[in-house]
Unconditional design. Structure first.
Length: 214
């Protein structure tokens, strides 16, 4: 993580800064309460720049925009979806992106995994034990960590895998209440550069795919 991380206070701040360091320039989203913490950090900590949020009216639109971005640039864009319902809205577009072998970092807010921290009826009926199961058959990799350190590691791995041929979307669930927790004293500060060196260049990987398969 960068030196800018010394000014952050919340777990969602650390996640937002990591997305910047991963060179995620844009995040397409349809706002939802399950990622309200990360949404606020993107605005209040990053000033809605690098990544910049792109407001969409439907999650399928958000994924389709990221799909087009990947086709033009060979680079992944971020997508945020709201809980299980938002992910279900996105599924057809996620399948299209998987079939087209494009890189994409999809993140979804998930209701608190600790049932004792659920404070709204929506935390129950917008909750599943294994949210990634909705798209597991057509993403390259998925994870559902519950801590901020686990989330940082999951995003690093998802970023590395989605940029490495054969490319395809990766999905990470992000616990809603964890986003709003104060940063722990033992916050992980992994080297993004180290993570990147193990990934094949996205442009190189894209160029290596035969034209008929793109």
């Amino acid at each position: 993580m960068s030196e800018a991380g010394s000014d952050i206070a919340w777990c969602s701040d650390a996640i937002a800064l990591l997305l910047r360091e991963l060179d995620i320039g844009y995040i397409a989203l349809s706002p939802g309460s399950s990622f309200r913490g990360l949404h606020e950090s993107l605005v209040n900590v990053l000033d809605n720049r690098d990544p910049e949020m792109l407001l969409c009216l439907h999650e399928e639109h958000a994924v389709a925009i990221a799909h087009g971005w990947a086709k033009v640039t060979g680079k992944p864009m971020g997508v945020l979806v709201h809980a299980d319902v938002g992910l279900m809205h996105a599924t057809m577009a996620v399948y299209n992106a998987f079939c087209d072998r494009v890189p994409m970092l999809i993140m979804g807010g998930v209701a608190p995994m600790d049932a004792a921290r659920r404070i709204s009826p929506a935390h129950w009926y917008h909750s599943v034990l294994d949210q990634g199961a909705l798209v597991r058959d057509y993403v390259k990799w998925d994870d559902q960590p519950i801590s901020v350190n686990g989330t940082i590691e999951a995003l690093l791995r998802a970023n590395q895998l989605t940029r490495t041929a054969p490319m395809a979307p990766c999905y990470v669930s992000i616990d809603q209440r964890m986003q709003e927790d104060p940063l722990p004293a033992n916050l992980a500060r992994p080297s993004v550069a180290t993570s990147r060196k193990h990934a094949v260049s996205s442009r190189t990987a894209f160029a290596s795919i035969p034209a008929w398969a793109r």
